[in-house]
Design a protein around this ligand. Structure first.
Ligand SMILES: Cc1cc2nc3c(=O)[nH]c(=O)nc-3n(C[C@H](O)[C@H](O)[C@H](O)COP(=O)(O)OP(=O)(O)OC[C@H]3O[C@@H](n4cnc5c(N)ncnc54)[C@H](O)[C@@H]3O)c2cc1C
Length: 456
């Protein structure tokens, strides 16, 4: 049965396996317990939850949900804890920490089908898959979680060849707001499966995701650093080079403002997804010609060494905003050059297109399939910056954001209703809100880039 194109049959795979109850919350940490202080905060937030729960099975997740809703407490769901909007924890609520859901299991060697616990990190995944000569295109950072990155979309170093992380997902196991454990695939609960691929943490607690891994062993990866002279010329050159590049090449242009005594600089990070030196050199040649090269670290390496550890500059608050760019026009490039002049904004341009664009815009909740790139601003402010100072700093970003088609939720450092509405085309947002009504009508999963349930 369908309503406005939405399948209305929820297929329940395991309600009988669950035994929810407030006494079965699994590992619990309370304020004052050893380990509570470390566990309560996250990369971008200092939290003070009433209870931190580390469930070991879906039944314990259901029990934690029941406990939280019965006690009228907010719920945060944490996988790797990297939400730039600080959503990985809360104050006076329940934090469901999925760090015990970190198993990586090969289900089918021939099909390269792998089940990955949502609490695993991408570093652990790339290490485990390397043993098989496989990889999954995901992010660029080892400690980022499978849960958060995948539910938002997942832009990684193989994105132009293999698409977003969600494009490799074939199934998800999810504990819903009512405690049911359900599976989502193209055949089972297909509306939920659609919504999970880009709709964030709105629809339940994802226990695990099944991916089809890609056969990848070694890639050419590294950075090419330039003396920064003419910002518009460099950005236009990067754009033209990436438009002409074969899809094995994914790259990111980084414009760094003067920082810690160092002058402004530019760098192109690149990954060529084949261990073919001649082809890699040919693809990289237009990038190397973008300016005067001061360092070049590109070399053949196992894909598992490509993901890096995150380094957050000490004493600096980074306010992250982004927009997806349908076209990197000359007007956008002039805007970037103007914004960069404020000297507190790091600008990062990630290449998209190719495999991302081959998926229909309405095939998943991530709808920005036609975007040429993603522009991310990391605005660097003192730790003690006030809201007024943040607003002032954002005034340099807003004209640029206005030229994009909306933010990618995973890199958006705020989660206001306006941010969320802007992240989805209206028809995608409406479809998400209808699915939300079906799976979480009370909006108990609201500490996320929240799509409230449709009325009625
Ligand atoms: C240093 C750094 C590097 C990054 N690099 C990339 C990159 O290369 N590519 C990219 O696409 N993104 C990247 N990101 C953005 C990243 O994808 C998001 O921050 C993502 O939300 C992080 O996932 P997490 O599991 O670590 O975070 P968490 O904070 O644990 O999760 C973020 C949100 O996702 C939801 N969530 C997480 N797990 C579940 C679950 N199992 N069930 C239901 N809801 C869940 C919750 O709403 C949670 O608040 C990066 C972020 C940082 C800080």
């Amino acid at each position: 049965m369908t309503s406005q194109g939405i399948d209305t049959t929820i297929t329940d795979r395991g309600a009988d396996r669950l035994a929810p109850g407030p006494t079965e919350l699994g590992d619990v940490l309370l304020p004052g317990d050893d380990g509570y202080d470390d566990a309560s905060g996250a990369v971008f937030a200092l939290g003070a939850p009433d209870v931190i729960v580390r469930p070991r099975d879906p039944g314990e997740i259901a029990a934690a949900i029941e406990y939280a809703t019965g006690s009228c407490l907010d719920i945060s769901v944490r996988a790797g804890g990297h939400s730039p909007a600080g959503l990985s924890t809360n104050t006076a609520g329940v934090l469901i920490d999925l760090s015990h859901f970190d198993r990586i299991v090969v289900l089918d060697r021939t099909a390269r089908r792998v089940r990955i616990g949502a609490g695993a990190t991408w570093g652990a995944v790339s290490d485990a898959l390397a043993e098989h000569g496989w990889a999954i295109t995901a992010g660029d950072t080892r400690s980022v979680g499978v849960g958060g990155l995948t539910l938002g979309g997942g832009i990684g170093w193989l994105v132009r060849k293999y698409g977003l992380a969600i494009d490799s997902v074939v199934a998800a196991d999810v504990v819903l707001a009512n405690g049911q454990l359900v599976r989502a695939t193209v055949d089972e609960n297909p509306d939920l499966f659609w919504a999970l691929r880009g709709g964030g943490g709105n629809f339940g607690v994802v226990v695990s995701l099944d991916f089809i891994a890609q056969p990848i062993t070694s890639v050419y990866y590294g950075s090419i650093a330039f003396a920064l002279q003419d910002v518009p010329a460099m950005v236009a050159g990067w754009r033209d080079a990436m438009r002409a590049a074969d899809e094995n090449l994914t790259s990111t242009l980084v414009l760094m403002p003067p920082m810690m005594g160092r002058p402004a600089a530019a760098m192109v990070l690149c990954c060529y997804a084949e261990p073919d030196e001649r082809a890699a050199d040919a693809a990289l040649e237009p990038l190397r010609a973008l300016g005067s090269v001061v360092a070049d670290t590109v070399r053949l390496m196992p894909y598992s060494q490509v993901l890096e550890d995150a380094h957050h500059p000490p004493g600096i608050r980074i306010v992250a905003r982004n927009t997806l760019l349908p076209r990197l026009t000359d007007e956008v490039i002039s805007g970037m050059a103007r914004a960069f002049e404020c000297e507190q904004m790091m600008l990062t341009l990630r290449s998209l297109g190719s495999a991302v664009a081959r998926v229909r815009a309405d095939a998943t909740a991530y709808a920005h399939r036609a975007s040429e790139g993603m522009l991310l601003a990391g605005i660097m402010l003192p730790m003690a910056a006030t809201e007024a100072e943040i607003d002032q700093a954002l005034s340099d970003w807003k004209p640029l954001a206005a030229q994009g088609s909306g933010p990618y939720i995973n890199f958006q450092g705020s989660a206001t209703p306006d941010d969320v509405a802007a992240a989805y085309p209206p028809e995608t947002y409406q479809r998400l809100s209808l699915i939300k009504r079906r799976y979480d009508p009370e909006n108990i999963f609201r500490r996320n880039h929240n799509v409230p349930p449709a009325a009625g």
